[in-house]
Design a protein around this ligand. Sequence first.
Ligand code: RFL
Length: 394
Amino acid sequence: QRFPVVVVGAGPAGLTVGNILRAASVDCLVLEAESREFIEQRPRAGVMEEWAVRGLEKRGLARNLLDRAELHTACEFRFDGERYRFPYGELTGSHHFVYPQPLLVTDLVREYADVRGGQIRFGVRDVRVHDIDTDQPSVSYTCPETGEHRVVHCDFVAGCDGARGVTRAALPPERVRVARHDYGIGWLALLAEAPPSADCVLFGCHANGFAGQMPRSPEVTRYYLQCPPGDDPENWPHERVWAELQERLGASGVPPLTEGRLIEKRVLDMHDYVAEPMVSGRLFLAGDAAHLVAPIAAKGMNLALHDAFLLGDALVAHLTGGDDSGLGGYAEACLRRVWDYQEFSQWLSEVFHGSAAGDAFRAGTTLARLRRLFTSRAAAAAFAEQYLGTAAQY
Ligand code: RFL
């Protein structure tokens, strides 16, 4: 079997690359380790930046999103017993879209496989990439139904298999640097069957630790609670979760949060990495496969889409017009935005976690940072630009 492009991974990055290729009538094969039902239900991101939505719209991939997503123009910080609303829409004229990742993945799979006629295999095992430094790379996998070992020859491999995939490991270690950062902090990520308790994202910066609320839909709300890294979710029974959320997100004049059944409870260890240069020979990484940004600033899926737009367009330009400039500049163009977002996440981490560091000095500087957002127009404008992703040059 032969395809111009094999895409490993059917997340937002891989499916977007696949859709861009199919729109230009380039054949490709997407290989996904999980089932279609699984990827269409896996809960994760929800906050999307406006440029990312416009990028999807331009490529005919945002119809449902534009019909159904909620628009967010403000967030609210709660600290020192008070609430402070931050109207970033007013400051920038831009806003966020809230659209759950499983809905986006469902839209992208449907468009790729059912509308644009793209080929996709679900449930594949033992995916391996071969000969990426030659002009005849290949990808092998085991077929789920038959156990048969298959080899697909191609011109390019798009490594879009997320943080736990196999393609990053195929980059030759002597030519790739993986820069890592560990925050030494855990977040208990929760999904509650409860309506949001405020119409916007809430950030609670509290001496007990950070707490966040991210509306996902009228029925389901995401919450986060800072916890020790590696903590066991079993240490967080229903009563403890809600007591801590009520305390950390409490502020004067604010009614208690609306509680509900917890339908997801996982501990995430906050860490980042960036693989540079994201490319070796005919293997091009995109999304979490190349760089992970802790969900502190809700940036990961946005970066995955940014890579996918650039990679999809660059592959089409090469395969249909012989233009190599996009592929040549791919890694550098992606990494500018990646590092910009990593820096913002690191800055925001101190705002979220500094009050609970057990260090009076850090607690003092954290409070100063928070107050500055509400007293300095310049500080507020800078934060708004970075939070919305409009400041990054690309
Ligand atoms: P994905 O989505 O992980 O997709 C990779 C796909 O590859 C498959 N796979 C393989 N397939 C074949 N062979 C293998 N060997 C394979 N290994 C893995 C996987 O099954 C999967 O289908 O990567 P992609 O496309 O790069 O997209 C990245 C985003 O999913 C991720 O950055 C975001 O979810 C991060 N994130 C958020 N990002 C935002 O922009 N806004 C948010 O509000 C936001 N909230 C979040 C988040 C991530 C979270 N978690 C769980 C870490 C909230 C949470 C809780």
